[in-house]
Design a protein around this ligand. Structure first.
Ligand SMILES: Nc1nc2c(ncn2[C@@H]2O[C@H](COP(=O)(O)OP(=O)(O)O)[C@@H](O)[C@H]2O)c(=O)[nH]1
Ligand SMILES: [Mg+2]
Length: 274
């Protein structure tokens, strides 16, 4: 049956774990998630790997063959497709659980947050729970100053431009009710999908819970160019405020970027019927 795991239990929580070249940490994070997730929460972990050249998918495949615990594991390998936001959206589409939790696979997000966030979501009737670095008790640890600054400025601009009452709209750690977004479509153009979700579900019941975000110890970040972050933010803002960015009807500015920093400066002016 669709929404059952291998023990024939109905899945309550689907943990989406996007991966790209995470061969050094993937087994450890899957172990850590299985240990940290209370048995009372019927959970599946769904790895969405973009056919990582380092063989992450293969490692997960053999992990799944060996796994015996109550948490069930699945993998979806996307061939010829790249992008964190679209990986998360595809993962949500494939998830069996009524509730979704998205987290990074590099230990930046403590697996102990899984039960905290699930309980907040379910017991308090919330739509979205945001793992936040900017509410009391939350912080970055060991992050370079430039990265902290970029994140802080990006979050402030997002709040200002989009009128969001969320302090950390660019975190990769969040949980939501799957039904909340089932009829929505996403452009998934940017890096962190939460911002687009918040924009498209304005009015939803959202709560931020603090967590300490640590820098990865292994592997490398797939997001090291500050300019990409700025362009991505403008792009997401343009979803909501096309008139503000370009105050003529039927026209909007679309900032397009590709995977290489040299091709970041392409700015397209396109016609659109709003
Ligand atoms: N499927 C998929 N996962 C990605 C992609 N880019 C990054 N990730 C994963 O998303 C998570 C966050 O990425 P990371 O490189 O740590 O970015 P940072 O935390 O912003 O420095 C990690 O688990 C990555 O493996 C991508 O293009 N596709
Ligand atoms: Mg990371």
């Amino acid at each position: 049956m669709m929404d059952e795991n291998k023990n024939n239990q109905i899945i309550e929580l689907s943990i989406i774990l996007p991966t790209y070249n995470e061969s050094s940490t993937i087994e450890k994070i899957l172990d850590a998630i299985a240990t940290a997730t209370p048995h009372r929460i019927k959970t599946e972990v769904l790895v969405i790997d973009d056919d990582s050249p380092d063989g992450t998918s293969k490692i997960v495949d053999s992990y799944i063959q060996k796994s015996k615990g109550v948490v069930s594991f699945r993998i979806h390998t996307r061939k010829g497709k790249r992008g964190l936001s679209s990986a998360v959206i595809d993962g949500i589409g494939l998830a069996h659980g009524k509730f979704i939790l998205v987290m990074d696979s590099d230990f930046s997000h403590p697996p102990q947050m899984i039960s905290t966030m699930y309980d907040e979501l379910v017991n308090n009737g919330l739509d979205i729970v945001v793992g936040s670095r900017y509410v009391e008790g939350g912080k970055y640890e060991e992050w370079p100053l430039t990265r902290k600054l970029i994140s802080k400025v990006g979050n402030s601009l997002a709040g200002l431009w989009l009128g969001l009452d969320v302090k950390d709209s660019m975190t990769g750690l969040f949980a939501l009710k799957k039904d909340l977004i089932k009829n929505l479509s996403f452009e998934a153009i940017g890096y962190k999908i939460l911002l687009e979700i918040l924009v498209k579900t304005k009015g939803a019941k959202v709560k931020e819970v603090p967590f300490v975000c640590v820098n990865r110890k292994e592997g490398s970040s797939k997001f090291s160019f500050p300019v990409k972050r700025i362009i991505w933010l403008c792009n997401t803002v343009s979803l909501d405020h096309r008139d503000l960015l370009f105050p003529f009807p039927y026209l909007h500015v679309q900032l397009v970027f590709h995977s290489h920093p040299i091709s970041l400066s392409v700015i397209q002016l396109t016609c659109s019927r709003k």
